[in-house]
Design a protein around this ligand. Sequence first.
Ligand code: ADE
Length: 230
Amino acid sequence: MRFTYVTLFPQLIEGYFQDSIMKRALQAGLFSFDFCDPRDYAANKHAKVDDTAAGGGAGMVMMSQPLFDVLAQFEDTTVIFPTPVGKPFTQNDAKRLARKKHIVFVSGRYEGIDERVIEHFADELFSIGDYVLTGGELPSLVMSDAIARNIDGVLGNRESLVTESFETYLLEAPSFTKPAVYEGMGTPSEFLKGNHSKITALKFALSTAKTQYFRPGQLIQHNKRTTYEK
Ligand code: ADE
């Protein structure tokens, strides 16, 4: 898998891959990443990449020409535009996109990107939540992290992908580690006794309760799915 980030600010993204799981996965050759700076493609003297909005309005808009020239060079890619008006990015999208060969994330800055670029090149438009960020770099990183951890081998332990939140619509059960009591707060005693079927049953009950409390809609989805599967 290859990730390409089309961005005016590659340094905002680069640091994320210099530590921890992503660093190990890169070193193991499980994916690679590179950058394209639209400024390097600007066909004007001052390497200008933005201009005032047609029809007026506050802020500048990223121009078509540099982005057309950047994106025209790619073949056989999935081109993603992060935008607050995209469809909500989900775990299913992360899993589906983990099977792609090459994903190109196009980060807008300023007031956005000339719509003709999006019309011409976008395969998918995604929002990472109902709030507005100053650019597409953070959403691109969020999505690439969620995608990369679904690439075979990126997480050491396949088990952790199966049991985590959103795989079954249930939120993950709470986790504890040693000591068994900390600041007067205990660990559920079943977790300390080592009876695996009891632990599984308790985790399921805690997952269900947590989902009911924090994300009742997810519990409805879970119940629908398990009803159909019966
Ligand atoms: N760009 C700015 N805000 C965003 C958001 N919430 N999701 C995706 N891209 C964005």
